[in-house]
Each structure stands twice: as C-alpha cells, then as structure tokens.
Design a protein around this ligand. Sequence first.
Ligand code: FAD
Length: 400
Amino acid sequence: MIEADVAIIGAGAAGLSLAHRLCLPAPGARPARRPSVVLVTAPPGPLRPPARTWCFWEAGRGRFDAAVTTAWRRLRVHPPTGEPIEDDISPLRYKMIRSDDFECLVEHDLTRTGRVRRLEAVVDDVEGVADGARVHARTASGSSRCVQARWVFDSRPLGSLPAARTTLLQHFHGWFVRTPRPVFDPARADLMDFRTAQPATGLSFGYLLPTGTRQALVEYTEFSPAVLSADAYEKALRHYTGSVLGLTDFEVTATETGVIPMTDARFARRTGDSVFRIGTAGGATRPSTGYTFAGVQRQTAAVAAALGQGRRPVPPQPHPLRSRAMDAVLLHALDSGLVDGAAFFARLFTRVPMTRLLRFLDGETRPHEELGIGLHTPVLPMLRAAAAVPLLPRRPFPGP
Ligand SMILES: Cc1cc2nc3c(=O)[nH]c(=O)nc-3n(C[C@H](O)[C@H](O)[C@H](O)COP(=O)(O)OP(=O)(O)OC[C@H]3O[C@@H](n4cnc5c(N)ncnc54)[C@H](O)[C@@H]3O)c2cc1C
C-alpha cells in the first residue's frame, strides 16, 4: 500500500496542473506545509488522450509561460459578411500551449522538486475509508496497486454526461499548416471567422492561429448537436482554407480533432467525504464556449490554497452561478433556433469590447456590465429562451 496526503488520478490538464501547484506554490504565497502527493497516470494506450493545443487568456506572466508556443495581443472576429472586428486585448494575452510542451514543463518541475511520486496504473475504483480514500489500480503487467490518501482528486473522464436541459457539442478538426511563402500575420489570431457555411442548428466558424509567417493552426469548428464524418470536416476545412482564406499552396504537418460537450448539466465535484472531481469531469468547461483550461487553473489553484491552509479542499465551481444561468439560456437559444448563432456572436463582438467579453467569460464582470452585454444580444428571443429554460426537463445525453 502506498500512502500519501493527496492522490491525483489522471495526468491531463487538471491532474498535472494540480500536481504542479502542490509542489510549486505560487510566487509570494505564504509558506505552508506541502502535502505528499501520488500522481496516478494511465499507462500508454487508449486511456491516454491524444496530444492537443490549449488556448486561454490571462494578463501578464503565467505559471506555464515557459511552455507557451505563441501569445497574441490582437484578436479578430469575422462576421458572416462585412468588415472584420479587431481588438487589442491588453493587458490580456491569448496564449497557446501544446499539451506535449505542458507535460514536459510539468514533468521537469515535478522531477526537480522530487515531491510527487508517480504510479503508472489504470484506476479501477476509488473507495472511501475512515479518514481518507483508497485508490485501487492495475499496472500494465496486471499487478494490483493500492494508494491510500487523505484526499483524492479524480480527473478521469466521466463515462457519460449528467442529464441536462441542453447539450450541444463543440466539435472541430484542425490542420497545422506550413506554407512555402510568408502568408500569415503572427501578430493577431482569428478567434471566430463566420464566413463558413452555417449548419441547420447551432453555428460554425473558422479559427486561425498563426504561430509564424509560414505556420498556423487552422480549424473548422461547429457548436451543434452531432459530430461530422471525417470527410465532412475535410471538406469544410478545404473550403475555409481555399475559398475563404485563399490559401492554395500549403502542407499539412499535423492534425487535431476534438469534441467538447457544451452543457448546462450539473457536474458533481464531490463524490465521497474525501474524494473530489476536477477538470472537465468536475465541471471546469465553460458551457457557452468549451474553454476549459482557465477553469482548470482556477479550480486547481483553489484546491492547492485550501490544502495549504488546512481547509477542506472541495474544488470550487469555476464558473459563477450567474454565468452558468446565462449560458443555459444561450445554449437553449442556439439549440432551438431562437437566435442565429453566427449573427449573435458577430453582433456581440461588434458592440462589446473584446476585453469585456473575455472578462465576462472568466466570470469577472459585474452585474451592470452583464446587463450591458445582454442588451447587445437579440433581446426578445433571449427573453423567450430565458422563460423556456426553467420548464425544460433534464435529459440524459445519448452521446456524440
Ligand atoms: C483537441 C482538443 C482541444 C482543446 N482545446 C482547448 C483550448 O484551446 N482551450 C481550452 O480551454 N480547452 C480546450 N479543450 C478542452 C479541455 O481543456 C481539454 O479537454 C483538457 O484536456 C481537459 O483536461 P482534463 O485534465 O480535465 O481531462 P483529460 O485531459 O482528458 O485528462 C484525463 C486524464 O485521466 C487519465 N485517465 C483516464 N482514465 C484513467 C484511468 N482509468 N486510470 C488512470 N488515469 C486515467 C487520462 O489518461 C488523462 O491523463 C480542448 C479539448 C480537446 C479534445
């Protein structure tokens, strides 16, 4: 039996962020007793998620800056027609981290401090015991391992989504492209480009992150009820790169595909006296956008602070109740067709400064600012959606 103060299950964005925060407190934080930590990671195989890129925004230097590929100060949104909207988001920066670089950075820091033990094993069960919990796992060779910890933080993906009033999917396919000549402007990123064909329900947009004058990540994204076939993503990306961006000569060096549920489901963050969920499984995804990385950081920072102060480390809900209520209304408005998704977002970006929208998405706006944002949406359809939401039943999601 391995004993520790804290067991972390899963070494994705959430598990690694928490391990990093527990072994390397934030600069300036009061010295606290650091807990002993065991990080249980799945052996290579199907339980390891494929490499991905995470984008998020923050002001100033960040804990994981050494792993940032590119950071942009200017963001642009293209409405379906007409002039693009471009904004300087200072003091914020839109940052991109590749999961491989993030893993290397965290691995390096964990090894340097020597404070986190690793166990490579598949977790089968977590059992509550007096004053803690036991994590039962199997190594790749089939032998059993048991970790007993005072606190367990579980980031394993849920088998199925909790019941919700509305669940849409943010699903996307992207190409990392390289061109023979300089064609990209790495000074700005295109957050949403609505010059794509719009689906019957929800919306679609292109996403362009130039990491150099000849390299970029280009994605086709939908917020809609179901994923597309591989052929349909290829076709949509060919249309976006060719007909919209006018890119004719490029090489695809890698691809990225993802599905992120956008749901007003309630995610349990506590599953036992000493057992908590973190990350996507613990409700860190912002329902209206799919952004998760920043929510993971807020959640794991709060857990580390609670442990440092000897408090019960229940992971907080990283998105305030008000934000989630507004997201539930938007998800229903998109799903039911009460609003035209592309026009809705284009209008918001035209009328509200981007920094305010980004602060809103971080749950940092005040009620009067949120009212101001609300007044820039199509008010009557949104009021109809708001009136309908409380009457909608919560239903299980059948799956992508
Ligand atoms: C392609 C893609 C791109 C994304 N881009 C962004 C973005 O730009 N910005 C953003 O904010 N969000 C983004 N997201 C959403 C979100 O940030 C990611 O999904 C993020 O990886 C979630 O982190 P997590 O730790 O909660 O879950 P995961 O990364 O899925 O980690 C779960 C961990 O649990 C482990 N595990 C699973 N089962 C077991 C088991 N039985 N035993 C032991 N370990 C187990 C896995 O190996 C994994 O390490 C993206 C998602 C995808 C799929």
